[in-house]
Each structure stands twice: as structure tokens, then as C-alpha cells.
Design a protein around this ligand. Structure first.
Ligand code: HEC
Ligand code: HEC
Length: 378
């Protein structure tokens, strides 16, 4: 084999890797106005899919485009609506087939932090990996990927956008663009954020709720605990990002009713009934609640944590031992926070401070096709 041939073959192989990794072929622009609060901590963007202005703009367009579905009627935004914190207000989402899905739509907020596994049961390992799932799922968007590639190639605008951002149209590029757009969905201007920055103070009721939210129950201290922060951690109020720490069983079902949850992914019986601990940001607008949308209101959620916990072999130890009563006054087998009606109301008032109106109306996250139609009308 000649030396020249070997080098050419190596270059070709290198080129293939280069293309698969989806490196931009043309000059792209780093996202200039992307800032995140320092207190949210460390986050990672995959090296092979850096945030670029072009990639994000393309992802936004794809997210809102019903042509991504087989019947050209369902877009990502059908089930992930900005005004509802990128959820859909339904108990179980309905897509192309009209058959309700098994799960409640998930909010798409601050996805750069929190558990770096996606879906309620964590079966997807990255946003890139996640994106092609709903497109092909028969009950979601029911689209054939080859047909989609052809459809996109017929559209001059898409052709130009894909060429610039990813050097051409491919399923990988679709996934990378959708992931990039979703990474920019950062919510950081709720009243709680303004409070953290020292710009406002909370009302006495919200402050009481904040303290309850942040405290672990301990009968030895005067401050009662609501226990929430043990799982909905730190400023982000989502589960921990390390390993599988962001998944747990929060007592929705007893032993017999436990769904596989995370155990379907890990194969471990100890993970039965484990689901992703979602961020509570914008929680006041994302009803109904939990993986199956079983609770319509935050009042029902608080009643659950206070007195509705169902015991099982995988129930989180953080809940088992969470009780505000001294040991000798506890009834055996009964798990309860023993909160008063006022205390539950205070926690709900605090949860409302997590609503970020700027995020819910930010034009950068809105439907670009409506924006374009508006431009044309002008
Ligand atoms: C028919 C409704 C529907 C459509 C359409 C839909 N989704 Fe979803 N989405 C859901 C539901 C329901 C879940 C939770 C599903 C599960 O856990 O199995 C979800 C979960 C997600 C998650 C995981 C979030 C997390 O925190 O783990 C992401 C990301 C996401 N969707 C993005 C998208 C994108 C991108 C599209 C378009 C390509 C899309 N979705 C289309 C209903 C939908
Ligand atoms: C042991 C960990 C744990 C504790 C403690 C905990 N949560 Fe949760 N929370 C979860 C998990 C896990 C889920 C998702 C469960 C599911 O859907 O199966 C969840 C879901 C929720 C939801 C619904 C989110 C959505 O998008 O549907 C709300 C609201 C909520 N929790 C509020 C609270 C409040 C308020 C407290 C304190 C009173 C609290 N949680 C304490 C783990 C916990």
C-alpha cells in the first residue's frame, strides 16, 4: 500500500468521524448573549455540539415546526408550550395517533443542570439522544426519519440553515440543533431569583414557606421541616446531577403499584418506582403534576407529601425518616410531615415565587414562524 493511499484513507476516516461528530463545516458564531447565573453552578455542553447562534436558531425553528411529524400537525411545541413552562396542561400528552401517552409532559427548563438523564425514567442519556425519540414515536410525531430528511431538503431556508450550522442535513444535525435550542431555555428571573440577588424581599408567608421548603424535619429543632430541599436541591430545585442521585421514589404508590421507573434502565430492583426529580421552577403553571399527572393542584401535591405517602421497599429514606414529631409521639407505620394547613399554604406561596414571567414570555424562546408572519404583515 502506498504511503499516499494510507494518508488519504486516514483522512477519509478522519473526515467520516468529523462528519458524524457533526462539526460545523462553515463559520458559525458563538452564542453571544448566553449568560447563566453563577449560583447555578457547573454545567457542560458536549464538545462536539457547541452552542452557536446558527445551531440554536435552527433548533428553535425545528422545535416549532409541525412538519417534523408524519401528519405535519404535531410539533415539539404541541406538548411543550412556552406559556406553560414548556408543558401541555394535560394529564397525559396526546400526539399524532390520538392515543394518550403513558406519561405527563415534562417541563423544559434549566436542562443544563439537574439529572443529566432525560425522560421520567432516565432512559435517555443526552438531549441529542432524546430528540429523535418523539419524532419517531408512533404516538408522538410518527415520522420516518428518511422522509423527514427529504422534506427538509426541499425547503431552501432549512437547506441554508443546516449547511451553515452543521454542514448539511442529517438526523444527527436535527438532534444537535434541537438540543442546542433546549440548552438555552434558562429560567433565572423569578421572584425567588430576584430575592437571591437581594433585589426584593419575600412576603412573610413566602418567607415562612421558603424556610419550610429548605429544612429537613428534626423534632429537636424549633423550625419545622418540609423536607423538599433534600431532593429538589439547591437554587435549581431539581434533582442532583451526579450519577443517578436525581432519581427517587417519593411515595406515590405502594409496593404493588410500583412502576419499573429507573429500574427499567438500570435493571436494579432497588430502582423500582424511581422517577426523575424535576425542577420546581415555574411549577405554578405546569399542572397537572407527577409522571402520570395524577395531581391537579399544588394543594393535592402538598397533601401527598404531608399525609399521603405510600410505603414500599424502595421509598426514599429521606421521606421515611421525615417527621416533625418527636419519636415517642409518632404512630407506628404512619409517615407524615404533620404540617398545619397554614404551613402547607406557605410552601405553596413559596412555590409561586418560582414563576418566571420573563422566561414564559421571552421572545427568544417563542414560535419563530409567528414572528416571521408578523414581519411579513408589517
Ligand atoms: C405528544 C407529545 C410530545 C411531543 C410531540 C414531544 N414531547 Fe417531549 N415529552 C413528552 C412527554 C410525555 C415526556 C415525558 C415522557 C417520558 O418520560 O417517557 C417528554 C419528555 C421530553 C424531554 C425530557 C425532559 C427531561 O427533563 O427529562 C425532552 C428534552 C423533550 N421531551 C423534548 C422534546 C422535543 C425536542 C420534541 C420534538 C422533537 C418533543 N419533546 C416532542 C411529550 C411530548
Ligand atoms: C425523596 C425525594 C423528594 C422529596 C423529599 C420531595 N420530592 Fe417532590 N418530587 C420528587 C420526585 C422523584 C418527583 C417526581 C415523582 C414522579 O412523578 O414519579 C417529585 C415531584 C414533585 C412535584 C411535581 C413536579 C412535576 O413537574 O410534575 C412537585 C410539585 C413536588 N415534587 C414538590 C415537592 C415539595 C413541595 C416537597 C416538600 C414538601 C417535595 N416535593 C419533596 C422527589 C422528592
Amino acid at each position: 500500500m502506498s504511503k499516499k493511499f494510507v494518508i488519504a484513507a486516514l483522512l477519509l476516516a478522519g473526515g467520516a468521524v468529523y462528519f458524524l461528530a457533526g462539526m460545523p463545516r462553515k463559520a458559525t458564531t458563538p452564542l453571544a448573549d448566553f449568560t447563566v447565573p453563577f449560583v447555578y453552578g457547573h454545567f457542560q455542553v458536549p464538545k462536539e455540539n457547541p452552542l452557536t447562534k446558527e445551531g440554536v436558531a435552527l433548533g428553535r425553528r425545528l422545535f416549532y415546526d409541525p412538519r417534523l411529524s408524519g401528519n405535519n400537525e404535531i410539533s415539539c411545541a404541541t406538548c411543550h408550550q412556552q406559556a406553560l413552562g414548556f408543558t401541555d396542561g394535560l394529564k397525559a400528552s396526546v400526539g399524532a395517533s390520538g392515543v394518550p401517552l403513558s406519561f405527563n409532559s415534562m417541563a423544559l427548563t434549566n436542562l443544563l443542570w439537574g439529572p443529566q438523564r432525560f425522560f421520567w425514567d432516565g432512559r435517555s442519556v443526552s438531549l441529542e439522544d432524546q430528540a429523535l425519540n418523539p419524532i419517531q414515536h408512533p404516538d408522538e410525531m410518527a415520522q420516518d426519519l428518511d422522509a423527514l430528511m427529504d422534506e427538509l431538503a426541499e425547503d431552501e431556508t432549512y437547506k441554508a440553515l443546516f449547511d451553515t450550522a452543521y454542514g448539511g442535513i442529517s438526523p444527527e444535525a436535527v438532534a444537535m440543533a434541537l438540543a442546542s435550542f433546549q440548552r438555552t431555555l434558562v429560567s433565572a428571573n423569578s421572584r425567588y431569583d430576584q430575592y437571591l440577588r437581594g433585589e426584593i424581599s419575600l412576603t412573610p408567608e413566602e418567607e415562612k414557606g421558603r424556610k419550610l421548603f429548605m429544612a429537613h424535619p428534626d423534632a429537636k429543632v424549633a423550625q419545622k421541616g418540609g423536607n423538599c430541599i433534600d431532593c429538589h436541591s439547591q437554587f435549581l430545585t431539581s434533582g442532583f446531577s451526579t450519577a443517578l442521585d436525581g432519581f427517587s421514589n417519593n411515595g406515590l404508590d405502594g409496593e404493588d403499584g410500583l412502576l419499573p421507573g429507573l429500574s427499567a434502565v438500570t435493571g436494579k430492583a432497588a430502582h423500582r418506582g424511581f422517577f426523575k426529580t424535576p425542577s420546581l421552577r415555574n411549577i405554578a403553571v405546569t399542572a397537572p403534576y407527577m409522571h402520570d399527572g395524577r395531581f391537579d393542584t399544588l394543594e393535592e401535591v402538598l397533601d401527598h407529601y404531608d399525609s399521603g405517602i405510600k410505603d414500599s421497599s424502595t421509598l426514599s429514606p429521606l421521606i421515611v425518616e421525615a417527621d416533625n414529631q418527636p419519636l415517642d409521639r409518632r404512630q407506628r407505620g404512619q409517615i407524615s410531615l404533620n404540617l398545619t394547613a397554614d404551613e402547607k399554604k406557605a410552601i405553596i406561596a413559596f412555590l409561586h415565587t418560582l414563576t418566571d414571567e420573563d422566561f414564559l414570555t421571552d421572545p427568544r424562546f417563542s414560535n419563530p414562524f409567528e414572528e416571521e408572519a408578523g414581519d411579513d404583515a408589517r
